[in-house]
Design a protein around this ligand. Structure first.
Ligand code: F6R
Length: 244
């Protein structure tokens, strides 16, 4: 628990830089699992600052994003492809060929093959060193909505009405919010060697409490993190205020 989200992201960005530099020194790639949404923006800003002011290079980083809305082309302003380029990739030296996100425009019939390829690409890269997460009001990590099994893999998923409601303002109304997405599964996430979930503000306090202190169950997919040996929540005091 940190006094402010800024203090938390500074710590997480420093940890990320240390990981990348240690792997660089050992001649190894670093594989990052990345999230979108409001929560990680300050973390990405800090990574950009470390790149611009502190010489941190992302030339040896491969990234895999958690999810993408179905039906949105890369250049759609609300696509996660667009979000990641706007908020991080355009400002650092990551190689375009090392950037991976699920495709929002793959034909329905080809989605299972696309998801299997995404899983294989993570394996081929050596697995996720560090997975960054936010948490949704439904307790989702990625878009693993209530009912997602612990061993689920990358797949298409129907978005919960609460998740669509939360996305409505940026889409100019709920009718414009896609109904489905492609998401890494809980099993994909839990295979990461380290997992950091960030949450800020009072609005997240109740679901954070359920995820951390509740029973592990498939309604709150973030509760599965209790069973991971190297997973941690980075919270500001408001998000931690209900923790029992
Ligand atoms: C984003 C993602 C989601 C978000 C969650 C919280 O790629 O997979 O799980 O992390 O919905 O969103 P924000 O940060 O906007 O509150």
């Amino acid at each position: 628990v940190f006094q402010s989200s800024q203090a938390a992201v500074a710590k997480l960005a420093a940890e990320t830089a240390e990981l990348i530099r240690a792997n660089d020194a050992a001649g190894k790639q670093t594989v990052l699992g990345l999230a979108t949404g409001g929560t990680p923006i300050a973390y990405y800003n800090e990574l950009i600052r470390l790149h611009q002011q502190d010489g941190l290079t992302f030339a040896t980083v491969t990234s895999f994003n958690l999810d993408e809305y179905a039906g949105l082309p890369k250049d759609h302003v609300e696509s996660y492809w667009h979000f990641m380029h706007q908020n991080l990739f355009n400002h650092i030296d990551i190689k375009p060929e090392n950037i991976n996100l699920p495709s929002g425009t793959v034909a329905t019939a080809d989605i299972p093959a696309h998801c299997a390829e995404y899983e294989q690409a993570i394996v081929d890269a050596g697995g996720l060193d560090l997975q960054i997460l936010g948490i949704g009001r439904t307790g989702h990590i990625g878009f693993n909505e209530p009912g997602s099994p612990k061993d689920s893999l990358t797949r298409a998923i129907e978005l919960d009405p609460i998740t669509r409601e939360d996305a409505a303002p940026s889409f100019g109304g709920i009718d414009n919010v896609p109904t489905t997405a492609i998401t890494m599964g809980c099993g994909t996430i839990l295979n990461a060697r380290r997992i950091v979930l960030m949450a800020w503000g009072e609005g997240k306090a109740s679901i954070v409490n359920e995820a951390v202190t509740g029973t592990v169950n498939d309604i709150v997919s973030a509760s599965y993190l209790q069973e991971h040996c190297n997973s941690v929540f980075f919270l500001d005091t408001a998000a931690a205020s209900i923790l029992e």
